[in-house]
Design a protein around this ligand. Structure first.
Ligand code: CA
Length: 402
């Protein structure tokens, strides 16, 4: 095969190899860039900026590959927390917090966002600035905008990135970030940058790549606009009474702490939750690993962290890491069901199909366990006389298929 290719000569062999989806489309990409230019012009981007940013631009095959990759296997929330709130990240966080204490306190007072939360987000987004991503953001976003499952995201963020250049906030070369276009110490995507980044030191630039004052103030500003309130807890770990109705662990059910306490919820250390939080504070109950795992009553500040990244595991990691950075314990008192194997992508699809077959509509059979799947699973669990936690476990898949 190799020899046969070699005999064809370099040009023809390259053409044959180029029949892979990415490389074959370089002409198509050029055509796409032309149509995108028109769209960007209409959005107010000047020809000068478009020429400088887009001329000679190519698809980044690595970004294309990463975007295309839907991992078959997922991790349990406990595995994620083990690495997100690792001893090293805690230790580095405490040191970084001390190093930047006066700056963080200044920003905490200005925005009403706890310093340890800002530091925890910094720790999770870039390991405190150690890993910010070295992808050319314009190329990465153009690749996403061109083809794949995030074209709408890619287009709006690419226009956002071009606006950053046009306004002179950063140069074309400075726009470095993750493969998905998240940039700087706390990984702002371009539209977030345009709306929420702040020039803390007053030098005329909102520098989220190298000025820690700008980084912390931008992060705090974003959280504040997302509803973060000073001196309120993110949440509290809770235990549930024996006869608990798991259907109450629903993102739509928010009640004052006093009502949750009346329903039998206690702080995991055995105290009343009302010793820890204002009785009137409204919160919802989350069970990140279902009925067999720990529960948390979470409040408005947790929801604000979720605006940063819409993953419960992420918001929980930020919250627990922030406790550790502030010198308290972020350890979860109850144990995780570590024997509970997370479902693979095909198993999650099988679970959705089984629900559908039994007449419970989970929405599209796409392997994404969203609100629709959880609702359908709860309804089936209720009918089957099981704890209705809506948690897609291997045991539930087996029961559904049985
Ligand atoms: Ca600045």
């Amino acid at each position: 095969m190799k020899n046969w290719l070699a005999r064809l000569g370099a040009g023809l062999a390259a053409a044959l190899l180029a029949s892979s989806p990415v490389f074959a489309q370089s002409n198509d990409f050029e055509r796409w860039l032309q149509s995108f230019r028109a769209e960007a012009s209409a959005a107010g981007i000047s020809d000068t900026v478009l020429d400088r940013a887009l001329t000679g631009l190519t698809v980044n095959p690595r970004v294309y590959e990463l975007n295309d990759n839907q991992p078959e296997f997922s991790r349990g929330v406990w595995d994620y927390l083990d690495s997100a709130v690792s001893a090293t990240r805690v230790q580095n966080g405490r040191a970084k917090y001390q190093d930047n204490r006066s700056l963080l306190t200044l920003i905490e007072n200005a925005y009403g966002v706890d310093a340890e939360i800002i530091a925890a987000i910094w720790g999770l987004e870039s390991s405190y600035g150690a890993i910010m991503g070295d992808y050319d953001a314009i190329q990465a976003l153009a690749t996403l905008a061109y083809e794949g499952r995030r074209t709408g995201y890619g287009r709006s963020q690419l226009i956002g990135a071009l606006k950053i250049i046009q306004h002179g906030y950063a140069s074309r070369e400075e726009l470095k970030g993750s493969w998905a276009g998240a940039m700087g110490h706390t990984q702002f995507i371009p539209t977030t940058y345009l709306s929420y980044a702040v020039d803390h030191d007053g030098d005329g630039r909102r520098d989220i790549w190298s000025n820690l004052g700008d980084v912390f103030a931008s992060t705090a500003n974003y959280l504040s606009v997302s509803g973060y309130r000073a001196n309120e807890p993110w949440g509290v770990e809770v235990t549930l009474p024996a006869d608990f109705d798991y259907a109450l662990a629903d993102s739509n059910i928010k009640k004052p702490a006093v009502e949750w306490a009346a329903g039998g919820l206690e702080a995991a250390n055995g105290a009343s939750i009302l010793e820890r939080v204002d009785p009137n504070m409204r919160g919802r109950l989350i069970l990140p690993a279902g009925a067999r795992g720990p529960g948390f009553l979470v409040f408005g500040n947790f929801e604000a962290i979720l605006k940063y990244n819409r993953s419960t595991a992420y918001a929980l990691a930020v919250s627990l890491l922030s406790e550790e950075i502030a010198g308290r314990s972020g350890a979860v008192a109850q144990s995780w069901p570590r024997d509970d194997r997370p479902l693979s992508l095909s198993e999650r699809k099988a679970l959705q199909q089984a629900l559908k077959d039994r007449g419970f509509d989970p929405g599209p059979v796409d392997g994404i366990i969203g609100a629709g799947t959880k609702r359908a699973l709860r309804a089936w669990q209720k009918q089957a006389g099981l704890p209705a936690d809506g948690y897609a476990s291997a045991a539930m898949l087996t029961a559904l298929q049985g």
